[in-house]
Design a protein around this ligand. Structure first.
Ligand SMILES: C[S@@+](CC[C@H](N)C(=O)[O-])C[C@H]1O[C@@H](n2cnc3c(N)ncnc32)[C@H](O)[C@@H]1O
Length: 271
């Protein structure tokens, strides 16, 4: 489950070469790569560490504390896509472009989604690293290699698509390092046009929370969760037309009333 030591030595040198101060990690597990990153950051550095499992993170936290770097870790429990969406909303969008480096090592089937979000969170010239992009070498082998499981084939196919998309993505300069299980590095090249929120196939829902506050429910998040209905993920809060908070990745109570976008604010500008 953990990243390999040679990979972490490489990241450590890379972070120092870049002068990185602010990083993101999606997929913490028990914190091996997190510890390595926190040790590589300077005294005032911070790593936002995201995982669906707080339990795993708590297992490794004593080691991070013993290493004297716990103060550099901002752990966020939740689904990677949802937490990244929340970060894009935070501080009125000020965190977009604020990170030097990001490492994605969580749900292998969500890398395309992580890419879209991390590209906006790292600065121009910042680097995103993706783990496992050679998936045991299977991306260069016939699909039905003896011993491969259905999950292996699913992930292999997903990495073939992801690797091709990254190679064709002119927003980044990319390379695949044949170390560990394959590590893709993407350097962000330039500024990006405003993010488009996809409305179809179902409309963006806006739920009235109280008299002044509206909660926007992101269709991407619904898609991720596979549910529309009760107890959805709330992405952004707005009060009197201004973003007020992001409570992404946390289940909140069913809002009191749901109305469609047509009768409320235009949501795109809040992303
Ligand atoms: C390969 S492990 C991470 C290993 C870690 N980077 C290291 O090198 O020590 C993958 C982690 O991703 C987490 N994960 C899986 N799906 C996730 C998701 N959708 N959002 C956030 N974390 C997820 C799992 O709980 C697991 O801890």
């Amino acid at each position: 489950m953990g990243s390999s030591p040679d990979q972490m030595q490489f990241f450590s040198v890379l972070l120092k070469l870049m002068g990185a101060r602010s990083t993101i990690e999606v997929g913490v597990f028990t914190g091996y790569s997190l510890l390595s990153t926190a040790l590589a950051l300077p005294a005032g550095g911070k790593v936002v560490a995201i995982d669906v499992s707080r339990e795993c993170y708590e297992l490794g936290r004593p080691v991070i504390e013993a290493a004297g770097v716990a103060h550099k870790v901002d752990f966020r429990e939740g689904d990677g896509l949802a937490v990244l969406d929340g970060m894009l909303c935070e501080d009125g969008g000020a965190r977009a472009g604020a990170f030097d480096f990001a490492y994605a090592d969580a749900d292998k089937l969500q890398y395309a989604g992580y890419h879209e979000r991390l590209l906006r969170l790292v600065r121009v010239g910042g680097v995103i690293a993706y783990d496992n992009t050679l998936w045991g070498g299977s991306v260069a082998m016939p699909r039905d290699m003896p011993g491969s499981s259905d999950y292996d084939r699913l992930v292999r196919d997903s990495f073939l698509r992801f690797n091709a998309a990254v190679a064709a993505d002119d927003r980044v300069e990319a390379c695949i390092l044949p170390i560990a299980d394959g590590v893709t590095l993407c350097r962000r090249r330039h500024a990006l046009p405003p993010r488009q929120v996809k409305h179809p196939p179902f409309p963006l829902l806006i739920a009235q929370h109280d008299e002044d506050e509206f909660l926007v429910l992101d269709p991407d998040i619904h898609h991720t969760c596979g549910i529309i209905g009760i107890r959805p993920y709330i992405v952004c809060g707005m009060s009197r037309g201004q973003p007020t908070r992001a409570v992404c990745g946390r289940i909140v109570e069913l809002p009191t009333r749901v109305v469609t976008a047509a009768s409320c604010h235009t949501p795109n500008k809040y992303y």
